[in-house]
Every structure is written in C-alpha cells, then in structure tokens.
Design a protein around this ligand. Structure first.
Ligand SMILES: [Fe+2]
Length: 385
C-alpha cells in the first residue's frame, strides 16, 4: 500500500480513420509541419496526411529526414527547419525515432539551447512546446504518451525528460498501422510487451500501472500473433494499438528496468533495432528478476495465457519465461535472435554501459556491473539454440 501519483497531460484519441478528422483538431491559421521518415514517405502515408491537411486550407511543410536512433545533430537540423519554415504546429507520423525527435525539436524551437542543458544538466524548458500531434504508426513505442524522448548523445542513448515533452495529443489510428510489415509488427509488438512487463515488475509499479500492464500483456499475447499473421486484420491492429498505448502509459508512470538497460549497449555495439534487442533480452531480464518477483512473474504467466493451476509460484514464473521464448518462435524471430553475436565482445564495456543506465535503478533486483557482465557472458558464450 504505497503512495503514488499519476500524471498524464497528453490527450488521447483513438480510432480507425482518425487521421481524416485531423484538420478539425489543428489550430486554424497556424502553419503546419509534418515530421516523418523516408520509409513512410515512400509508401505514401506522409502524402495521405499532407493532403488531408492542405485540402482544408492549411499551409503545410514536410520533413522526412528522420533516421533510426535520432541524435543531437538530427534534432538540431529539425529545429532549424522549424525556424526556417516558421512552423507553428507539428504533426508527427512514425515510430519512436520520429516521435522522439519531434518531441524534442518542438521544445527546442521555442526555448534557448543548448540541448545538452536539458538532456544532461537537469535544466527545465521554460516555454511549452509548439503544439504537437502524434500519430504512431507502430504498436510498440508508446512514445505518444510519455514525457521522455530518447536522443543519442555522448555515444549513449539518453532521455530528455520534461513536462513539456509530453505531446499535446496522441492520435492513435490503427488504420495507419496496417501497412507495417510482419517483421516490424513482431519486433515493435515485443517492445510493447517488454514495456508492460518491465513496468509491472519494476519498483515504480503501482495499482494503476499494474492494471494497465496486465491488460496490455493479455492483449499482446492474444493479438500480436494475429497482427503478425495478417496485417489487414483490423481487430488485431486495434487491440495491439490499445495494448501499446496502455504499455506506454504504464512505462512512463512506473519506469522500465534491466531489459531496456541491457538493450542499450547491445543496440549500440551490434547495430540492432531497439525492438529486436528487447525481444531477445526479455527472457534474460525475467530470469534475472525471478528471485525478486516470483509472485508477479507467476501472474505474468497467467496473463500470457499459461495454465498455472496447481503449480508453485516458482514453476509458474519459469513458464512465463518459456512462454516468451515460444512467442519469439511463433513470430519467427528465433533464427534472427540466434544470430545475435559478438565474436569478441568487450564484456566490461557492455556491462558498465548497462549498469550505468538510469533505468536500471527501477529494476526490482539490484543489478551491479558484475551481474550485467554475467548476463552478457551467458548471452555471448553459451549455446542459445
Ligand atoms: Fe522500448
């Protein structure tokens, strides 16, 4: 029975075809900038949104230079573009990279620099960001409902955390997720599952976030394989969009843990995507946390649909780990996970980077540099097949 608070300033709207109502949500007379990535431009999604907005009398500019793992340089380029065009409201269409870059740039456009003051020196933004409307195109990141944006800086991934980083509106439209290919559906969905499980097990968990995480885990277990099998399955896309938003809120309010911390050096050294790294590392994190969270992990097994009646908490918790591996197999990630290797890993570097992540302080079991080194040794030197 602990004290807690819950603060979500972002307004959430949800539904198929929501993007068509976008002009009514924008501020009349203010110049619009659409921020996205080259992939979404190529499949015509950016043009679709641009047309809806420009057909309704708005002046619109488009920036589609977002690349994975956005860094300070990209944020600065986007901020300059906002100044150059005189953009007064921002629409972002994309996954975590686009959303995070736009969240920071829409703050930096109306606040004095440098970014490192806000990212590294605890300075708070004085002015609210430009109005920011977020359309997530993956059911994974959850960034549309969080007050943090992850930007690569000083060779590591570091969150910019501020009340003005929260988007004004999260416009969750599963229609825009239908074109996501199966592989990206799988790894972003596994990232959402990691958010829910880490939020549920972490020290910051509370009664509200537990409810969100529980519902999210159940939905992902039921609907991620269906969305993977058929991206046109509207019910599966809808349920996954709900699950990812719930997990996003849970992680923002409760925090993450060792899985995301281990993922940081793995992504940086092996150039793996965030989603694949988390899906690969999730069972390791759960096994590590078993001693501290047997009860809750046995609940996770139930949420994942595992029959646990008559079993001890320990055995049920172990089945939760096994179920994650089954899910990896079902989503055909197994082969790719087996290929994740570093022929000559600098274990000290990996372990220090993970143990220095801020997120690891929320992990239910204390994780030292040595603990992280042991996990990485197990990852790189044991037979994972
Ligand atoms: Fe994540």
């Amino acid at each position: 029975m602990k004290n807690f608070s819950f603060d979500l300033p972002t307004e959430i709207e949800f539904g198929f075809g929501l993007y068509q109502e976008l002009p009514q949500k924008l501020e009349v007379g203010k110049r619009v900038l659409i921020v996205s990535d080259p992939g979404l431009k190529k499949i015509g999604l950016v043009e679709k949104i641009e047309k809806v907005v420009s057909d309704n009398g708005f002046e619109v500019d488009v920036y589609t230079e977002i690349s994975p793992n956005p860094d300070e340089e990209l944020v600065s380029d986007l901020t300059n573009y906002i100044h150059e065009k005189g953009s007064q409201q921002i629409i972002v269409l994309g996954g975590g990279s686009s959303i995070d870059a736009a969240k920071v740039a829409s703050c930096m456009a109306v606040n004095d620099g440098p970014l490192e003051d806000y990212q590294w020196n605890n300075r708070s933004f004085e002015n609210p960001s430009l109005p920011l409307y977020v359309f997530p195109t993956t059911a994974g990141t959850g960034s549309e409902v969080t007050g943090v944006a992850v930007i690569t800086s000083r060779n590591t991934k570091k969150g910019v955390v501020d009340k003005y980083i929260f988007p004004d509106k999260a416009l969750v439209d599963p229609e825009l997720m239908k074109s996501l290919p199966p592989y990206l559906t799988a790894i972003t969905g596994m990232d959402a599952l990691t958010h829910a499980i880490e939020a549920y097990l972490g020290l910051g968990a509370n009664a509200f976030t537990d409810s969100l995480a529980e519902q999210s885990i159940k939905l992902i277990a039921d609907y991620l394989p269906k969305a993977y099998a058929n991206g046109e399955d509207e019910k599966a896309r809808y349920k996954m969009a709900v699950a990812s938003t719930l997990a996003g809120i849970a992680m923002d309010q409760a925090g993450l843990g060792i899985v995301h911390s281990l993922a940081s050096p793995v992504c940086a050294n092996l150039h793996l995507s965030h989603g694949l790294a988390n899906s690969f590392l999730l069972p390791y994190g759960m096994e590590f946390n078993l001693i501290a969270r047997k009860e809750k992990l046995s609940k996770v097994a139930e949420f994942l649909g595992v029959k646990t009646s008559g079993l001890s908490k320990n055995d049920s918790a172990l089945l939760a780990v096994r179920k994650i591996k089954e899910l990896q197999r079902e989503l055909e990630l197994e082969e790719e996970i087996e290929e994740v290797t570093d022929v000559n890993p600098d274990l000290d570097k990996y372990a220090e980077n993970a143990a220095n992540m801020f997120l690891i302080n929320n992990n239910p079991r204390k994780a030292s540099v040595d603990d992280c080194r042991k996990i990485f040794t197990n990852i790189f030197y044991s037979d994972r097949s």
